[in-house]
Design a protein around this ligand. Sequence first.
Ligand SMILES: Nc1ncnc2c1ncn2[C@@H]1O[C@H](COP(=O)(O)OP(=O)(O)O)[C@@H](O)[C@H]1O
Ligand SMILES: [Mg+2]
Length: 593
Amino acid sequence: MKNIINKTNINDTSNIDRDASTWATFRKLWPYILEHKFILCLSIILLIVSAFADTSLIALLRPLLDLGFSMNDREFLLMAPIYIFCLVLLRGVANYGYSVFLSLISGKIVMKIRQKLFGHFVDSPVSYFDQNSTGRLLSRITYDTEQVAASSSDALITIIRESAFICGLFYTMFYNSWQLSLSLIIITPLVVALITFISVKFRKLAKTMQNSMGDVTMSVEQMLKGHREIIVFDAQEEESKNFEKVSNKFRRDGMRLVSISALSTPIVQLVISFAIAFVLLTASNPDLDITPGEFTVVFSSLVALMQPIKNLTSVNAGFQKGMAACQTLFAILEQPIEKDKGCLDIDRVDGNVVFENVSFGYETRQDLALKNISFAVSAGKTVALVGRSGSGKTTIASLIARFYDVSQGKILIDGLNIQDLTLYSLRNQIGLVSQNVHLFNDTIANNIAYGRIGEFSQQQIEDAARKANAYNFIMQFDKGFDTLVGESGALLSGGQRQRIAIARALLRDNPILILDEATSALDTESEHTIQKALDKLQKGRTSIVIAHRLSTIEKADEILVINDGQIIEKGTHSELLHANGIYTKLYQSNFKE
Ligand SMILES: Nc1ncnc2c1ncn2[C@@H]1O[C@H](COP(=O)(O)OP(=O)(O)O)[C@@H](O)[C@H]1O
Ligand SMILES: [Mg+2]
């Protein structure tokens, strides 16, 4: 019992919460709507005009019947089609107007929220995308925004138009005959309530009767299963009597059900006829002097009232759905964007990179991905990171570009803590070529100059492509540098994409270079071409090279062996081989592959 009480309590509060948050969300949406207040007012006026036209069409029944048909007023009968035509025209124009204006407003609001979300996603930290799937974020921008607009404009249309229509209908009813209207308005809810009550009662009765069918089945089942016991204990007579009782009860219950349901229809009809009699009695009262036209208008208005009342009662559910979608969108916009607290703007660094006791853990994980990492690379030198997959190499590279912020320790570039630099000037120092090169659906030239389109001449772009050994394959396309690469560069092979990325890095001429398994997805042939391009790229730059094939890093100035987020060995290739440790084992197994 206690449990049940608790449960209902929880449901109640969540309902209240939902209502409260619906309004809180709507208040946040309000400024977006208010920007279009002029068109909004116009739409509201048109909604009211449309409801007015609907009401007038019903009100027109009275003169049509009383003047036109009863008194044979020729003039009115001639004018009536014109009235009707004008009203239908007015209604059509108003409906067209408010539909167009409301879509105009909702379209603009959707666009604005979409643009804000897009901007917010762009400025969000990398960790945000670790925790949210692309598909979900995509549907936020496409589907949820649409939901918000559709449900709010539906709600607006229903609330304004149906309320105006209801007011109009009431006015028409009372204007024509307040006595008749009043009697109808009192009696209709009574009849509806009575019929509902009767049908609910009957349904309940029918339900309890199903139980006696259960008794019959159970009795037969017991006899069949316990047949041996019945004859052994000599209980044949007892069981038969019991079954007689049960089956007789079932028969009687069935009879009652039939008689009750046979009764329900005449009762309902009786109630309705009483109601009609009451209304007719009111209508035929000579003191009231109700004409056929008035009677028809009042009755038609009453029937017409049902639909808008029904619509109004269901408007809340749709509106809440839209506001729930809206709430998720605003929640996204309230998420913090990437922190950019640094205020040092540097021009071009020499490229001395130092890690001092850096530890780091991903937000989504308990354990540390990096523990106490320290190393230094001087300007123009190359450091190579090797280790098993999952040891933390990519994480080290990500920290340099501040895709994530260190948990402990610091990273210095030319003696400056990277936390103190603006993100823009920090990332401007870094060129990144990774295993999965992402190309944008644009021309090859624009992909090479990506982010700085228009800053570089065609000559510079072509030079970069030449150095990256990409020039030849680009020129094999009919349109050369103006070839569209297709979605995510589908037109190009892995090695070709890699060379575009290298050209990108060459063009930007960043002093620090990160190569994260840049050659791992390639066959030996293209690896050779790309290695040559990479050698050119590394010249004069500080390079952090993560390599899958150890043969490509033998020339590195220092090799760090990473295991489980820690540096376990460091030195040059020959030093490490001499030490005969983990590196040697890795090296040997690498050649067996
Ligand atoms: N975005 C992430 N969120 C949570 N954990 C991650 C994320 N990226 C990598 N990791 C985890 O951190 C560890 C190091 O990964 P990573 O630096 O990618 O290794 P490597 O590049 O050496 O293969 C792994 O255990 C990996 O599962
Ligand atoms: Mg990696």
